[in-house]
Write a new protein. Structure first.
Length: 200
């Protein structure tokens, strides 16, 4: 995958992507900054305060987790193996426009977990996304099921909705609010000088 990513680096998206995750009445906003192998993920609360930051380098596979409130950071590594799950993937052929981008509807179903996630996916130069998901190894179903879709490299999920399969109840949604192509300064991906390494 590293080789695949490197071969597509020339077409890599550079800029900012903002989206929100809604679970019931709870809402969390995220902002990604991407420049080649570097990714910065900000988690932003309802008052637009940055609660947490992840600095990720896909080349070195290093992850630093920052606490803006405490001005501390920790060095993280992938400790768990990839999630094993059996799913059915349906590429429906249906399309619609989201934020001026054509998106394809893909449904991923897992009977064992009684869950279904519907994705609206756009094709582009988002080659960072799959390697990032594999590195940070999130266990939420939006991320796990997405990695089971074939020929999804370079795509971005503009919207995804998780449902209870047996009842149709909506559990959570992720919705992209903006995608901006622009230059991102290198210091965005650096640990600030006034942050200290957290030690037990």
């Amino acid at each position: 995958l590293t080789i695949i990513f490197s071969n597509n680096l020339f077409s890599q998206f550079t800029g900012e992507i903002s989206f929100k995750k809604t679970t019931g009445a709870n809402e969390i906003n995220y902002k990604y900054y991407i420049n080649n192998n570097d990714i910065r993920i900000e988690e932003i609360d309802s008052e637009e305060k940055i609660e947490g930051i992840k600095l990720i380098n896909l080349s070195t596979k290093k992850i630093n987790i920052l606490s803006p409130e405490r001005k501390l950071y920790i060095e993280a590594s992938e400790l768990r193996g990839p999630a094993e799950v059996k799913v059915k993937v349906e590429k429906t052929g249906k399309t619609k426009i989201i934020l001026e981008k054509e998106c394809q509807k893909i449904i991923v179903t897992c009977n064992d977990q009684d869950r279904q996630v519907t994705y609206w996916v756009t094709k582009g130069d988002y080659n960072f996304f799959l390697p990032m998901l594999e590195l940070i190894n999130r266990r939420e179903k939006h991320a796990v099921y997405y990695q089971k879709i074939s020929n999804i490299k370079g795509c971005w999920p503009m919207k995804s909705s998780e449902y209870v399969l047996s009842t149709g109840k909506l559990i959570s949604e992720m919705t992209t609010s903006s995608i901006i192509n622009n230059e991102v300064k290198s210091e965005v991906f650096m640990i600030p000088s006034d942050y200290e390494l957290f030690k037990d």
